[in-house]
Design a binder for this molecule. Sequence first.
Ligand SMILES: C[S@@+](CC[C@H](N)C(=O)[O-])C[C@H]1O[C@@H](n2cnc3c(N)ncnc32)[C@H](O)[C@@H]1O
Length: 280
Amino acid sequence: MQWRPTTCAYLRIIPRPRTGTGCFSTGRHIVTDPYGSLRVRDLGHVTAGRAKQLAARTRVYGMTEPSDVHATRAAYNTVAADYAELLRDELDNKPFDRAMLGTFAELVGSAGGGAVADLGCGPGRITAHLHSLGLAAFGVDLSPEMVAVARRDHPGLEFDEGSIEALGLADGTLGGIVAWYSIIHTPPSRLPRVFAEFHRTLQDGGLLLLAFQAGDEPRHLRFAYGHEIDLDAYRLPPEGITELLLLAGLVVEAQLLREPDDRHEKTAQAYVLARKPAAS
Ligand SMILES: C[S@@+](CC[C@H](N)C(=O)[O-])C[C@H]1O[C@@H](n2cnc3c(N)ncnc32)[C@H](O)[C@@H]1O
């Protein structure tokens, strides 16, 4: 597996000029997509909410996306309802998960709070847990079926469609990011882009918490959660991930590697907690 980071441009929506909170003025938006092209769109006078919708649409439908993204969305669309059912109470059996999420919540609170994005939220079980810990959590997921299930199961919380590679969020808006087993389908060569996006959207002092299966080999999944699927997944080496986070400007504060439990896990599980340093 190649761990050398690649230089990359990720989708970035640059509103200009910006006037006041929650409103973009009439103007052109420059859209640089991750796959090479630069487009300039005239969005007219739009509210921040509408700009977010347009950004999501551009991101999700308006460009040629890599085939792995398409495959990941299709696979999770297929399994969404059964995944939600099977994992509904899974946190009850995961004391280390609850410990890391609890520590994250405490650190976000002591850093001043703020919005917390659960990126790759799936059916929203972690978003709901973060909310129960007092955080202003919302979820984002690639799969519209997952988003629909999350909205159904947690009607009081906000869930949006989107990609961790190109978030429709302004710079420095998040007090925290959780990516719970959601970076595992992105080819490692594109993880620098993902971590750059996390760094861009976190506020100074904001926290990031990752969970993933530890290892260093790609896998191809043909059956999961009761369905035939066609999905790549990557076990990731914690030391490679911490190196990439550092290169993205995020400082690693804690790591946990635990043995697989005797339920469904086949490999060690890794948790990494990092922070965007305060601007000097
Ligand atoms: C293994 S599930 C984990 C879901 C949830 N975090 C949980 O722990 O229940 C992976 C989730 O990440 C989402 N995902 C994968 N790649 C993504 C991407 N590039 N952007 C946004 N979501 C993504 C999938 O759609 C799926 O819902």
